[in-house]
Design a protein around this ligand. Structure first.
Ligand code: UDP
Ligand code: MG
Length: 313
C-alpha cells in the first residue's frame, strides 16, 4: 500500500485546525487504498495549537506532530516537515483551509500517472490590494527574466511531491529559504492543476507588507546575481558618461572660458554619483549578508519534540 503524507505548517492556527482536520479526514477516509499520515509542524505557536495537536494525536494515530522550539517561519517549518515525513509522496497544505483538501484526489490521480510534482495554480489571487498585486507582478518579472529556470506565477506551496522530489528538497539546506523557487529549481516532471483560492477562514494572514518585501528580496538574491550585474553595467555607463562630460567641460573652458562657475552641475553630478554608489554598495551588501548567514552553517530549525517525546539533536 502506498503511503501519502500531508504536511501542514501551523503558526497560531487554533481556530482553523479542527475545521482543517475534519475536512482532511473526510477526503482521506474516502481514499482507503492509501495509508495516510498527517504531519503537522507547530512553528512556535503562541496560542493553543500544540494542545489541539496533542488531543488530535490521542484520537487518531495518523496524526503526527513536530514541535519546533520557536517560530522559525513557514519556509523553515516546511523543511522540518520534509525531513520527517515518511510517505511515498507528500501533499503540502496551509492550515487555514485556503488550499482545499477536495483537490487531493485529483492530485493523487496525476501522481499515479507518473507526474512527480503536481502543483495547484490559483485562478485568481483573491482579496488583495492593488499595491500588492503590482509588486508581485514586478517581482515575478525580475525573477523570470534573470534565472535559467521558470519561476511559476500564482503558484503557492500547495502541491504534491513525489519521494524523489522530497529527497531533493531535503538536500537544499540554505538558511534564507525561498521554497517556491526551490520547487522549480529541483526540476522533475511537473503538472499543473488550477483551482479557486478562497479567502482565509479564521484568524488573519501572518504576512504583512514588510515580510513580503523581505521574502521578495530573499527570493531575488537567492536565485540570481543579476542585481550585481545591473550595478556593474550602471556603474560603467555612468563612468563613461562622466568621462565624456569631463572632456566636454575641459574643452569648453579652454576655448570659451567659464565666466559662471558651474556649481549646479557639480552638485547634481556629485549627488547622482553618490546615490548610484550607495545603491551598488547596498546590492553587494545583500549578497555579502547572504554569505555571512550561510557561512555560520546553523541548522535551519530546531525540534523540541516529535509526537510527545523530546528530541535531542
Ligand atoms: N505559517 C508558519 N509559520 C509562520 C507563518 C505562517 O508555519 O511563521 C503557516 C500558517 O500557519 C499557515 C501557512 O503557513 O498554515 C500560511 O500562512 P498564512 O495563511 O498566514 O499565509 P498566506 O495564506 O497569507 O500566504
Ligand atoms: Mg493563508
Amino acid at each position: 500500500m502506498k503511503k501519502v503524507s500531508v504536511l501542514i505548517p501551523c503558526y497560531n492556527e487554533e481556530q482553523s485546525l479542527p475545521l482543517l482536520y475534519a475536512a482532511l479526514k473526510e477526503v482521506t477516509d474516502a481514499l482507503p487504498q492509501y495509508a495516510w499520515e498527517y504531519m503537522f509542524v507547530n512553528d512556535g505557536s503562541k496560542d493553543n495549537t500544540l494542545i489541539i495537536l496533542q488531543s488530535l494525536r490521542k484520537m487518531d494515530s495518523k496524526v503526527n506532530y513536530l514541535n519546533l522550539s520557536r517560530n522559525f517561519g513557514k519556509e523553515n517549518a516546511m523543511l522540518a516537515g520534509f525531513d520527517f515525513v515518511t510517505g511515498d509522496c507528500m501533499i503540502i497544505m496551509d492550515a487555514d483551509l485556503q488550499d482545499p483538501p477536495t483537490l487531493i484526489p485529483q492530485m493523487l490521480n496525476e501522481w499515479e500517472q507518473g507526474w512527480q510534482d503536481v502543483y495547484a495554480k490559483r485562478k485568481s489571487r483573491g482579496k488583495e490590494s492593488w499595491v500588492r498585486k503590482v509588486c508581485s507582478l514586478l517581482f515575478y518579472k525580475i525573477l523570470s527574466s534573470s534565472s535559467r529556470f521558470e519561476i511559476l506565477r500564482n503558484v503557492g506551496d500547495f502541491r504534491l511531491l513525489d519521494r524523489q522530489c522530497i529527497d531533493a528538497m531535503c538536500a537544499l539546506r540554505e538558511q534564507e529559504r525561498y521554497t517556491k523557487g526551490m520547487f522549480c529549481w529541483i526540476g522533475f516532471k511537473k503538472k499543473e492543476i488550477v483551482f479557486d483560492r478562497s479567502d482565509r477562514h479564521e484568524g488573519e494572514s501572518k504576512w504583512n507588507f514588510k515580510s513580503l518585501f523581505n521574502l521578495a528580496i530573499d527570493g531575488i538574491t537567492s536565485f540570481t546575481t543579476t542585481p550585481l550585474r545591473i550595478a556593474t553595467v550602471l556603474g560603467t555607463t555612468i563612468a563613461f558618461c562622466s568621462f565624456v562630460f569631463g572632456i566636454y567641460f575641459l574643452l569648453k573652458t579652454l576655448i570659451i572660458g567659464d565666466p559662471v562657475p558651474g556649481f549646479p552641475t557639480l552638485i547634481v553630478v556629485v549627488l547622482f554619483l553618490g546615490g548610484i554608489q550607495l545603491m551598488a554598495i547596498g546590492i553587494v551588501g545583500e549578497y555579502v549578508g547572504k554569505i555571512y548567514s550561510e557561512s555560520k552553517n546553523r541548522p535551519v530549525y530546531i525540534v523540541e519534540s516529535f509526537n510527545d517525546s523530546p528530541l535531542t539533536h
